[in-house]
Design a protein around this ligand. Structure first.
Ligand SMILES: NC(=O)c1ccc[n+]([C@@H]2O[C@H](COP(=O)([O-])OP(=O)(O)OC[C@H]3O[C@@H](n4cnc5c(N)ncnc54)[C@H](O)[C@@H]3O)[C@@H](O)[C@H]2O)c1
Length: 427
């Protein structure tokens, strides 16, 4: 029987999207292309069983993962996802995008990612804590402040990071605040971390809009996913004078061409866990069909939910001039080509949503020195790093006449493979 290797992608999966993105950059890597195969193979993948006692006395098992895709440039860095659709293949893709992203903004990290196949909303707070602690213990053999540093992603937050930090610290016998980032501020977390990814989406969006001659003041913005990333990005665009015309999350889609009022919307999201029930309000928001989201008339579209959202069909319908990928892997390769052909500019995930890991890096540095910066300092440094990284990517895109995605991969993969080459193969 011909068994497939685990690195063979399933059709239309996040991992297959990532692999085709790598194929596209190889022609621009020069002699470093010799090392390109290293990008297609995760360095290490750990699958763990997580048995916990439920509140009703029964025992349930969950499937957990931690993948370290590449550690050539430093310790692994990447989030932990709690979602019912998590698979090894998805975590492999997310860890690989972290390798590229960390190198694109020149952080001294490799790429990693973790996850548990679970719907966290179905667990009580105590069950969530037990599951998090057991998962942390199980992956404890490969994480650590100098080895691999997890952070929040879909379905996880600062409280979960606090439990992870405490569990790891208990196991090693000393407080190790640098083992995770995205912690609560009083436990060594960084000011500005919660909104950092959304801020990065805004900063890269602002720069891209400037180059397109699109004025943010008055621009119409549509956002898919109104969690940590989507809501923070929406808030900053609205503060800059943009109009939020549509929002979609897992509870439904709401729209208002005159603009959704965030001051009204946010309390509803906090109360209900989603935007679906928000209709009416002072300005008159309407619930629309989920699929109609992709037809909404807007200038800027921000996918900030999950992978694989923009396929060819949706890419044909998108009316925005600018797509800002807050989510990881929202656009399938064929859709990417179609958007490029249609003249829609896509700022790819691997630079657009790098604000979160950049402030995670600040948090890690602050934890080591036990010296903490002000929020203004954090935001200024974030802005500077993102603007500089995007400028370099843009120059590369102009030089080779390639998309921003392939240009980001070119800048990042050169750094990764140079490190690979200089370190050499052991033994
Ligand atoms: N949190 C971070 O710092 C960070 C950093 C970089 C990238 N990202 C990426 O951003 C994306 C969102 O992450 P987050 O941290 O905001 O997660 P989150 O859990 O805070 O929010 C996820 C949002 O997506 C929505 N959603 C889920 N399924 C959906 C569906 N089928 N259709 C429409 N909406 C749906 C949810 O309702 C929620 O609003 C993910 O792709 C994540 O990997 C997050």
């Amino acid at each position: 029987m011909n068994m497939l290797s685990y690195i063979q992608p399933t059709a239309h999966s996040a991992w297959s999207t990532y692999l085709s993105q790598v194929d596209r950059v190889v022609p621009y890597l020069g002699p470093l292309a010799r090392w390109a195969e290293t990008l297609k193979r995760p360095k290490r993948a750990l699958i763990v069983d997580i048995p916990i006692e439920m509140d009703d006395g029964s025992v349930r098992h969950f499937e957990g993962y931690r993948v370290q895709h590449n550690l050539s440039r430093g310790p692994g860095k990447g989030g932990v996802r709690y979602h019912p659709q998590v698979t090894l293949e998805e975590v492999m893709a997310l860890s690989a995008w972290m390798t590229v992203k960390n190198a694109a903004v020149n952080l001294p990290y490799g790429g990693a990612k973790g996850g548990i196949r679970v719907d966290p909303k179905q667990l009580s707070i105590k069950e969530l804590e037990r599951m998090t602690r057991r998962y942390t213990s199980e992956i404890g053999i490969i994480i650590g402040p100098q080895q691999d540093i997890p952070a929040p992603d879909v379905g996880t937050n600062a409280q979960i990071m606090a439990w992870m930090m405490d569990t790891y610290s208990m196991n090693v016998g000393a407080t190790a605040s640098g083992v995770v980032t995205g912690k609560p501020v009083h436990l060594g977390g960084s000011l500005g971390r919660v909104k950092a990814t959304g801020r990065g989406v805004f900063v890269t969006g602002r720069e891209a809009a400037r180059r397109l001659g699109l004025n943010i003041n008055g621009a119409r913005v549509a956002v898919q996913g109104f969690g940590n990333v989507g809501s923070a990005a929406a808030e900053l665009f609205v503060q800059a004078g943009a109009t939020l015309v549509a929002v979609q999350d897992h509870t439904g889609t709401i729209a208002n061409p005159k603009g959704l009022d965030l001051a009204e919307l946010m309390p509803v999201v906090r109360r209900d866990g989603g935007v679906g029930a928000f209709t009416g309000g002072n300005t008159g928001a309407e619930r629309i069909d989920d699929e109609a989201f992709w037809d909404v008339d807007c200038d800027i579209l921000i996918p900030a939910a999950l992978e694989g959202q923009i396929d060819e069909g949706r890419a044909r319908r998108i009316r925005a001039r600018l797509v800002l990928e807050g989510a990881n892997g929202p656009t399938l390769p064929e859709a990417d080509d179609l958007l490029a052909d249609r003249g829609v500019l896509v700022v790819p995930d691997v630079i657009c949503n790098a604000g979160g890991v950049t402030v995670s890096y600040f948090e890690w540095v602050q934890d080591f020195s036990s010296f903490f910066w002000t929020e203004d300092e954090i935001n200024l440094r974030l802005d500077k790093i993102m603007v500089e990284a995007l400028r370099r990517i843009w120059d590369t895109a102009d030089r080779h006449q390639i998309t921003l995605r392939t240009a980001t991969f070119a800048v990042a993969c050169e750094r990764i493979l140079m490190a690979r080459q200089e370190r050499g193969l052991y033994p």
